[in-house]
Structure formats: C-alpha cells, structure tokens
Design a protein around this ligand. Sequence first.
Ligand SMILES: Nc1ncnc2c1ncn2[C@@H]1O[C@H](COP(=O)(O)OP(=O)(O)OP(=O)(O)O)[C@@H](O)[C@H]1O
Length: 332
Amino acid sequence: MIEATGLRKVYGAKTAVDGISFTVQPGKVTGFLGPNGAGKSTTMRMIMGLDRPTSGDVIVNGKHYSQHKDPLHQVGALLDAKAVHTSRSAYNHLRAMAATHGIPNSRVEEVIEMTGLTAVAKKKAGGFSLGMGQRLGIANALLGDPQTLILDEPVNGLDPEGVQWVRNLARYLASQGKTIFISSHLMSEMAQTADHLIVIGRGKIIADTTVDALIESQSRKRTLVRTAETTRLTELLARDGVRVEQNERETLEVYGVEPLRIAELALDNRVLVYELTPLTSSLEEAYFQLTKDEVEYHSHITGGPAAPGGPLDGSPAGVGATSAATMEGIQS
Ligand SMILES: Nc1ncnc2c1ncn2[C@@H]1O[C@H](COP(=O)(O)OP(=O)(O)OP(=O)(O)O)[C@@H](O)[C@H]1O
C-alpha cells in the first residue's frame, strides 16, 4: 500500500506537487494519469525516496522507503528505463543487483524469462531498443518479487504484444494481492488495465475514482438516432431546446435527453425511428474533459483551424501535433 499525506514538492519557483493525499490499495491496479508536467514522476520519485518532499509525507507498505530493511522485496520500481550500465549485459546488470540484495541467481533467470529478454540477455544493455530497455527496467523492478510495484510509463516503446504483456502482468500481480501503481498517457490501455485511477493536474489531484465512475462523471448524455426524417426530428427536438448534430445521412446525435424522451417525441409526431443507442464516452474523452483546464503544454497545428469538437478543439496537449506544431508555456 502507498499512503501519501499532504505531499508537496517545490523546485525553486515551481510547485511540482501541491499537497496531495491519496492511498494506493493492494489487490488493485491503480493508474496514475495527468498531462505532461502534472507531477506524476516527481510523486513517484518521492515514494521511492529519490526526492525529498518539501512538506507532507509518503510511506509505502507502512514505512518510508529508506526505512525498509528489504527494499527490493517491498517495492520494485521502473522510473527511468535508461538508468542501467550501458556496457553491462542485461544478465549481468540483474545479477549485480540481485547479488547486493541477497537474491539468488535463479530469480534473475526467472525475471529474464518473464520479461521476454532471454534472447538478448547476454547483450550489452546500451544497444537495447527502447522497448527492450523497458523490459529490462521491468525485470529489475520484479527482481525482489516486491509487494508493491511502481511503474512510470512502462509501456512506452513497447510493441502491441509488449503492451498486452504489461497489462496481463499488472492484472496478475494485482490478483495476487500486490499493490500496482502505473503512470501512463495511454488512456485506452489504462481503461483495460486499471481498476482505480488517480488523475493529477498542475500538482493537484483532480480525480481519485474508478475507471467507470470517471467516465460516468465526465460523460455528456448523448444518443445516436437513426431515422429517414432527420430534418423533421431535428426541428421537433430544437423546439424543446435540444442540441442535435447530424454527421451522417439518416443519423443524428442528440445531446442531453434520455432516449425515452426522443422515442416519445418521435412517436407523438409519427416519425419513424429505426435506431436509438445511448452513447458512452471513452476514458480518453472523459480524461480530456476532466483535464482540459490543467494542460500546461499546448500544441497547435499552425495554419489550419481546429475542427469543432475535435481533438484540437481546446483539448489535450500533444494530440494531433505534427512537426509544424508550436509549443507554448514551456518551462525550463
Ligand atoms: N529536478 C527538477 N527541477 C526543477 N523542476 C522540476 C524537476 N523535476 C520536475 N520538475 C518540474 O516539475 C513539474 C512536474 O514534473 P514531472 O516530471 O513530475 O511531471 P510528469 O507528470 O511526470 O510529466 P510527464 O508526463 O511529462 O512525464 C514540471 O513542471 C517539471 O518541469
């Protein structure tokens, strides 16, 4: 379990983490989400005792990380996949780590196999691809079979098979009662992997809830309606002040009313409707909605207007950015 209380980190004029309190429970995968620069890595570093909080406190499995006598068995972390000796092989890197913590070589072999590194284990880590480096970082984190696993962007650079592997691993370890805390920018991935989400923006917690509850709280009620009489139904709905959009022939998207109300209106006016489907938002849409005011680093494609309601319409940093993107709000 990870317990943070009033955790705060200030770097000069910058408040990276602004007095946050949260608990990461065992037996669950908890996703840690937030825009670039929100404070995720800083929080994870403070959990691992790599950064000292300016104020507040964070303990893991009941103690400060540095107070544990068997830290690798308590907490495994992937914080920076590049933090390995580039001239050492993956095998030797893990063996050195194991030797200094009284972990047998058989466990080294085990994590190499678990992370799919067998074929490259004797090669120098410096020549590893981003994905292989991530796998080595995860192998490192798993070495002590820790009770708590902290992974900062673990699927960064992994191929689809690797992404699925991390998902299955996280879910399996959580089912074994372990505490799993994962930061990620991949919402679709988090929707499939996490039970619980902590969302941070500009150093503050803006949501601490389940995946379903987050989607529910940020979703705008929408219904897809199919009818040959789109113009007539749009007029009828507009009389009630209902917002309607038509994106395809014979298809309307109706906002803010229950499907039953649409059906009643159509029936009363003898408009034949042949589909009525409530639409739910994806986690990605819910996340963008939630964090739209918290994004510090905006990207804009220069020379073209943003599509209304599209991903560049006042929403998230990074989405759709191209080499023509201009950055603003960059902090040094
Ligand atoms: N050592 C440091 N010195 C000064 N500022 C720092 C330092 N580390 C982080 N920051 C600043 O603190 C803020 C939070 O950074 P952090 O890396 O924790 O965010 P993040 O949520 O992990 O971002 P990303 O998703 O981009 O990895 C940023 O504005 C960052 O520039």
